[in-house]
Design a protein around this ligand. Structure first.
Ligand code: EPZ
Length: 416
């Protein structure tokens, strides 16, 4: 299952580039099957989740090539509209393939992706929205059967600004003649990226990044060449690591606005953060002060994907932090592992109370999920002594060569 052996106490110094955004690349790869012309997508991160998405596309009859940086997609023929159990479970986000396959094939069948490490992950909001667009949906024996033979463009109001449901509706609405408007849409930057990609294929999507998105049904989409935005969650994780190790790092190609909630929390009492022409300069400023209260929210609020890495920082900050996780119901699985390293954290329902300690101590710990695993690596970098993080396949789902990035900055991490 793979592990990292981390020697703690090394300051991170230097400069890094940020990988392409996983949560932008995945819906873009799904959207690429909506044209029968060639699509080239650059800056695609080499990750387990990307590999799984490519496997699913291949199973649908799509020709894909990936050189570790760029993906070429040719969906001349789609010879299946069904996404089976094993792959749907491997990759939860396969659910937004529903919208893309419906647009292309007017039919789609997907196995219920089911829960994952961080929660039940229901898809009721997706299903209600697609039904509102006249798509007939039957849920049977763990599968979702969709018939898009007589869809109706119209207005959809999401009960919650779900990222995946917003993406699914955009993708499905492309294949529906007429104008569809989505209200209470998610506003994440990755959705703006999906809009830009679709429009580069000749689509007409407007309003991504706001709660109201308008999609014009488009009969034919043409091929395109597109470069994926940098990963703001990976960048945020690395910014936090610099502060935890007393470092000084330049992080290239991140738009400041994509991390404003994190940067506003950090710049007040943890470090000097400045940015110009797409480079963020982070310099630690002694022992960070705890943020007294923080809660995760849909964008532009504090991102749930940075909750675990930010908690790692709070475990060694001066003071007490009250941290509420509002988005997923099981996203504190890194807490018992952090406690093994001497962190003082107690959980009550969806709230963690973190009392900062002056130093963590290296220990053997186990990654439970993607972002919780990253948090354990950050704790190991800051801890006194050696930390072993097991089950690092969780981390490889979202961070490309994490140990190489950190070692380039002066860390000492061995992958075994
Ligand atoms: C996307 O997941 C991201 N994944 C997640 O990143 C991210 O944490 C999440 O958005 C929130 O920002 C990808 O983009 C591939 P949601 P998604 O639908 O679309 C509930 C990572 O670490 N909900 O906005 O699944 C759901 O259970 C991953 O990179 C319903 O109840 O997130 C959750 O509590 C983890 N019914 C909340 O809404 C639904 O039909 C937010 O989910 C859909 C969602």
């Amino acid at each position: 299952m793979g592990k990292f052996i981390i020697e703690g106490g090394k300051k991170l110094v230097g400069e890094i580039e940020i990988q392409g955004a996983k949560n932008a690349a995945l819906p873009i790869l799904a959207a690429a099957l909506m044209t029968n012309e060639k699509v080239k997508i650059h800056n695609v991160p080499k990750l387990i989740d990307v590999d799984n998405m490519l496997k699913i596309l291949k199973n649908l009859g799509v020709h894909t090539e990936f050189d570790g940086r760029s993906v070429t997609i040719e969906a001349q023929e789609i010879n299946s509209y069904s996404i089976g159990n094993s792959l749907a479970k491997e990759l939860r986000s396969s659910v937004f393939l529903l919208g893309a396959v419906l647009s292309r094939c007017k039919k789609a069948v997907v196995a219920y992706p089911g829960g994952c490490d961080i929660g039940l992950r229901p898809i009721d909001i997706h299903i209600k929205a697609l039904r509102d667009l006249g798509i007939k949906i039957e849920e049977k024996a763990g599968y979702v059967y969709c018939d898009g033979s007589s869809p109706e463009a119209g207005e959809v109001c999401l009960d919650y600004p779900s990222v995946g449901a917003t993406e699914n509706v955009i993708l499905a609405a492309i294949g529906i003649p007429g104008v569809t408007v989505v209200y209470n849409a998610a506003r994440e930057p990755e959705i703006v990226e999906l809009q830009n990609f679709i429009n580069s294929m000749g689509g007409h999507v407007r309003g991504a990044g706001t709660p109201k998105i308008t999609i014009e049904g488009t009969e034919i989409l043409h091929g395109t060449e597109y470069t994926v935005m940098p990963d703001r969650i990976v960048a945020g994780t690395y910014i936090i690591s610099v502060i935890m190790t007393g470092g000084d790092v330049a992080i290239k190609s991140i738009k400041n606005g994509d991390l404003s909630s994190l940067i506003s929390k950090l710049s007040k009492n943890s470090c000097n953060i400045a940015s110009n022409n797409g480079i963020i300069y982070v310099k630690a400023k002694g022992r960070p002060k705890a943020v007294d209260y923080i809660s995760t929210q849909p964008y532009p609020g504090f991102p749930t994907d940075l909750q675990a890495p930010f908690m790692a920082l709070q475990t060694i900050s001066k003071g007490t932090c009250v941290f509420t996780e509002n988005i997923f119901e099981n996203r504190f699985r890194h807490v018992p592992e952090l406690r093994k390293m001497g962190a003082d954290v107690i959980i009550r329902d969806r709230t963690a109370v973190i009392k900062g300690v002056s130093e963590l101590v290296g220990a053997e710990v186990y990654a439970q999920d993607l972002r919780g695993g990253a948090a354990l690596v950050l704790a190991g970098l800051a801890a006194h002594g050696i930390t072993v993080v097991n089950d690092i396949y969780h981390i490889d789902r979202g961070y490309e060569n994490m140990e190489k990035v950190f070692n380039k900055l002066g860390a000492n991490i061995i992958r075994v």
